[in-house]
Design a protein around this ligand. Structure first.
Ligand code: PNS
Length: 165
């Protein structure tokens, strides 16, 4: 039984994240998408909102569940009894951070391995940060995030704009 965790901020989930989820759930028995509840990062969406969007987007995939977490990833992996952490690699710019993270995690928990999947080429440029910027300026989100996420982004931008008035 191979249980894997795909951790991230998912603020919000993009087609790039979804690409990693839909490819990795097939190679493990159970995939837990771990949503970091890190208030220091000042996310646009609350952890509950991010979990809900991921649940909606992954609803049809068997053996995938969404769980929020805080604290260390290795402690979450231990609580979930997961053997593997999955991360997506987009470009060489991701590599240094990912290498440092996987080696630190391996020092903290030698039984937890990190597995990397290279992001499909059509999503190699994509990040939640650029998606939020496009949304903030009212751009077309259809190529970057699932429809349900685009709707939530538009709502959030509308609410934030009203708050500023
Ligand atoms: O989507 P992100 O922001 O690139 O995901 C980063 C994440 C959540 C995987 C990483 O920040 C993380 O694991 N945070 C939990 C804290 C932790 O375990 N830190 C030590 C690893 S170096």
């Amino acid at each position: 039984m191979l249980r894997a965790i795909y951790p991230g901020s998912f603020d919000p989930v993009t087609y790039g994240h979804y690409d990693i989820i839909r490819r990795s759930y097939k190679i493990v028995d159970e995939l837990i998408v771990g949503v970091l509840n890190n208030k220091a990062k000042m996310p646009l969406f609350s952890v509950e909102e991010r979990v809900k969007m991921l649940e909606e987007v992954t609803g049809k995939l068997p053996n995938v569940r969404i769980e929020p977490f805080d604290g260390l990833l290795v402690d979450f992996a231990s609580r979930m009894e997961a053997d593997v952490v999955i991360r997506g690699l987009r470009a060489i710019t991701d590599f240094e951070y990912e290498l440092q993270m996987s080696q630190t995690n391996h020092k903290l928990a030698p039984n937890v391995e990190t597995m990397f999947l290279t992001t499909s080429i059509e999503y190699s440029y994509l990040s939640s940060t650029t998606v939020k910027e496009i949304a903030a300026f009212g751009g077309d989100l259809s190529q970057f995030v699932p429809e349900a996420v685009a709707v939530e982004l538009k709502k959030k931008m509308h609410t934030n704009a009203k708050r500023r008035v």
